[in-house]
Write a protein that binds this ligand. Sequence first.
Ligand SMILES: [Zn+2]
Length: 99
Amino acid sequence: MLDLTPDEVRRLRALADLIAAGTCDRVYWLGGARDASIRILKRVADWLGDACGHIDTTPDRPGPALLRSPCVRPAEHGGLHLDVNGHAWKPTGEEAGGA
Ligand SMILES: [Zn+2]
């Protein structure tokens, strides 16, 4: 990934994560920035291998569970999970620390 150091990559991921999380449900003129941020999150997840990786297992989600993409946000992130396709979902009660 370019000639960035791991620390620089983590900083880039933090910025991309902020943009992706901040543009959730606001897809108007920020759509391009959101798409680019999600692609950065995916590339960093592949490179560093320390992404969240949670998979949406809600039964009402269409399609086979094996084909669902994992969350590309950094491990231990707050808020919604987000996959490479831009699908966001809430953490389960156990993950969120609730019942
Ligand atoms: Zn996640």
